[in-house]
Design a protein around this ligand. Structure first.
Ligand SMILES: [Zn+2]
Length: 85
């Protein structure tokens, strides 16, 4: 039994399993991740929080394994779920 940490975007309710806390207080948001084009439109992520074309690596949305296209900043609520892997 392991634990995975999930961050929930307070605005859109999107679940992320890969994300990074902002290092300083100079940002409006406390968390950033990277997302693919498909997730950005499916989850209606707001353009003002997207840095288009700047993302790389695997999309941070829970369950998505596509390559990311954009950075995405958000404010999070964190939850821990138990998982079987
Ligand atoms: Zn995605």
């Amino acid at each position: 039994m392991g634990k995975i940490s999930i961050a929930i975007d307070k605005i859109t309710g999107t679940l992320f399993d890969d994300y990074t806390l902002q290092g300083t207080k100079e940002f409006d948001t406390d968390t950033w991740t990277q997302v693919c084009d498909k997730c950005a439109s499916e989850h209606c992520l707001q353009d003002s929080y997207l840095e288009l074309g700047a993302g790389h690596g695997v999309c941070g949305v829970l369950g998505c394994k596509r390559q990311a296209d954009h950075y995405y900043d958000f404010n999070r609520e964190e939850k821990e779920f138990k998982s079987n892997y």
